[in-house]
Design a protein around this ligand. Structure first.
Ligand SMILES: NC(=O)c1ccc[n+]([C@@H]2O[C@H](COP(=O)([O-])OP(=O)(O)OC[C@H]3O[C@@H](n4cnc5c(N)ncnc54)[C@H](OP(=O)(O)O)[C@@H]3O)[C@@H](O)[C@H]2O)c1
Length: 390
């Protein structure tokens, strides 16, 4: 890519999306934002459109399109629903997918099938649609540059290996440990939504913040890493690193371990995914080594945070199991955020849903949509039963 790069941002109103807009607004000589999309926040979307002047804005919730037409600047085309997102996914050099959850799948597939760079924050699409994403990556021009900080770290470390993933013996993903690090199962029986949303190091949207509290986020990241870097499950490990300074380790076949360190600031991986293979000169803070006293690494307490092992098991099962895991987790997290079930039920809902999983292969988009719907049906029934029993 040379000259000014065009960029579409899907999920532009969220935590990653607004940070991406901040990076892009500061680099107008390098990037031109041509499309913005969100779920339903039409006010915020229209405000971003007024500031950046994209050609297209799209809202996934078609019921909000009239409102968006009224609020969007004149001359900006207003689109909605799946068709709107399909247009946005295919119209730029770089498509930054920062939608949350399974809803990001169409954009991930659309961008790759159009031969674009996918700057990917939306891990759920990669986990749910792994085999389809893998096929779409072979379209000429298509590539994924990860935004998730751990995977962005691995991507950077792999640049030191001449044969890429073939030179890797294992990768170690770091987890902050979330707000409940060091707690026992008994202590977690009564935690509130507010407790789960109080993340110690990262400011993120509600779904991923809850995923960080259960450590399902790390389990999802193991599955994400397998898809991104073509590794086996037994080559991927997780550790807790409360300072969130080391974002991942990559051990190469000769025993050398490469790590990527930076302050916990998502604008760095966002800028990396936009600029790759170059780098943005804008510094997002630098580590003060005279102040940095400790870089702690400790094992994950897998007895308390059982979601990590559920993800490993889904990865070993393969087929549609990761799709089921991610779909069931979305239902369980939404039920917790709606105060329908306690925090401890999240792991139970996912585990009990996975008990009903029958092996299914994912060949077509319809298979992924069916698998996601089946997992959600099972998970919703389990949530309803828990509500009735409470
Ligand atoms: N936040 C982080 O630091 C971080 C770090 C690593 C990875 N990630 C990943 O990045 C993704 C986004 O996380 P986030 O924390 O930024 O979430 P968030 O703050 O909740 O934002 C979600 C974004 O997705 C949009 N959206 C919702 N439904 C949509 C749909 N059907 N179609 C298109 N867009 C839709 C939302 O629009 P509305 O505002 O209209 O609802 C919003 O713009 C997740 O997959 C997460 O795991 C996030």
């Amino acid at each position: 890519m040379s000259g000014v790069r065009t960029v579409s941002v899907v999920g532009s109103t969220g935590s990653i999306g607004t940070q991406a807009i901040e990076v892009l607004a500061g680099e107008r000589e390098r990037f031109r934002v041509v499309a913005l999309a969100a779920g339903s926040s039409v006010g915020a979307l229209a405000e971003q459109a007024r500031a950046l002047g994209p050609e297209v804005v799209a809202v996934a919730d078609s019921r909000r399109v009239a409102e968006l037409r009224d609020a969007a600047p004149r001359g900006t085309e207003v689109l909605c629903g799946d068709e709107g997102l399909d247009v946005v996914a295919g119209m730029a050099d770089v498509v930054l997918n920062a939608a949350v959850g399974f809803a990001g799948l169409r954009v991930t597939l659309g961008a790759l099938q159009a031969g674009r760079r996918l700057a990917l924050a939306n891990k759920e699409s990669l986990i749910a649609g792994g085999p389809l994403v893998a096929r779409s990556k072979s379209v000429p021009g298509a590539e994924i540059v990860p935004i998730d900080s751990e995977h962005c770290a691995v991507h950077q470390c792999l640049r030191t290996a001449s044969r890429g993933s073939a030179d890797v013996s294992r990768i170690v993903l770091t987890a902050s440990g979330g707000p409940f690090r060091g707690r026992s199962r008994d202590e977690l029986a009564c935690v509130s939504v507010e407790d789960a949303l109080a993340h110690p190091t990262w400011q993120m949207g509600p779904k991923i913040t809850v995923d960080s509290s259960t450590l399902m986020n790390k389990g999802l990241e193991v599955l994400e890493a397998r898809e991104l870097f073509d590794l086996r499950m037994d080559q991927i490990e997780v550790v807790v690193h409360p300072q969130s300074i080391v974002h991942s380790f990559v051990e190469l076949i000769d025993g050398a371990t490469i790590a990527q360190l930076s302050l916990p600031d998502m604008r760095l991986p966002i800028g990396y995914a936009l600029m790759y293979p170059e780098r943005l000169a804008t510094p997002f803070g630098s580590i003060d080594f005279s102040e940095l006293r400790r870089l702690e690494i400790e094992p994950v307490d897998r007895k308390v945070f059982g979601c990590v092992d559920l993800a490993y098991e889904a990865g070993r099962l393969g087929g549609a199991a990761p799709c089921w895991l991610s779909g069931a987790n979305e239902v369980a997290v939404a039920a917790f955020l709606a105060r329908r079930v306690p925090w401890t039920a999240i792991e139970q809902v996912v585990s009990e849903t996975m008990d009903s999983y029958e092996p299914v292969e994912l060949n077509e988009l319809a298979d992924v949509l069916d698998a996601d719907a089946a997992a959600r049906r099972h998970a919703e029934m389990i949530v309803a039963a828990k509500e009735r029993a409470a």
